[in-house]
Design a protein around this ligand. Structure first.
Ligand code: NI
Length: 141
């Protein structure tokens, strides 16, 4: 068990009020626990824990399947990284829009690079990668 360090944080009143509402909604016991979770999440998302650490990520993409050659390009990129992309879920949201959720697994730097490239593909309306790690710091809780 690590020693606990105490820090003082200056926060504007209105921001703290919103933070307190959030931690109540999420059911945290206190501010410290909520704050620790925010730090852990930020560390996992930026992979500063260990760059070579294996991570698991879900990448959500929304795009218009009419966008020129987009679907072909997406499929091509996914086949280029078949070792890291372990599963893909496709949902036809409406007449035009598709939702894809990809599960990626591999070294953090690789997973981030693949996701960044897919999100940057022309025609993608929204893309977001959420990373987690099997040995993320939270497991210690
Ligand atoms: Ni579709």
């Amino acid at each position: 068990m690590n020693n606990l360090a105490r820090i003082g944080v200056a926060v504007p009143d209105d921001l703290l009020e919103k933070f307190d509402q959030l931690i109540e909604q999420r059911g945290y016991a206190n501010r410290s626990e909520a704050f620790r979770d925010l730090i852990r999440d930020a560390l996992v998302q930026e992979i500063v824990v260990q760059p070579k650490q294996e991570v698991v990520g879900t990448l959500t993409l929304v795009y218009d399947h009419h966008a020129r050659q987009l679907q072909e390009r997406l499929i091509g990129q996914q086949h280029d990284h078949f070792e890291q992309i372990v599963s893909t879920l496709h949902v036809h949201l409406d007449h035009d829009n598709c939702l894809e959720v990809l599960v990626l697994r591999g070294e953090g730097t690789d997973v981030k690079a693949i996701a960044d490239r897919l999100i940057a593909a022309k025609g993608i309306r929204h893309g977001k990668l959420v990373l987690t790690a099997t040995d993320a710091p939270k497991a210690r809780r």
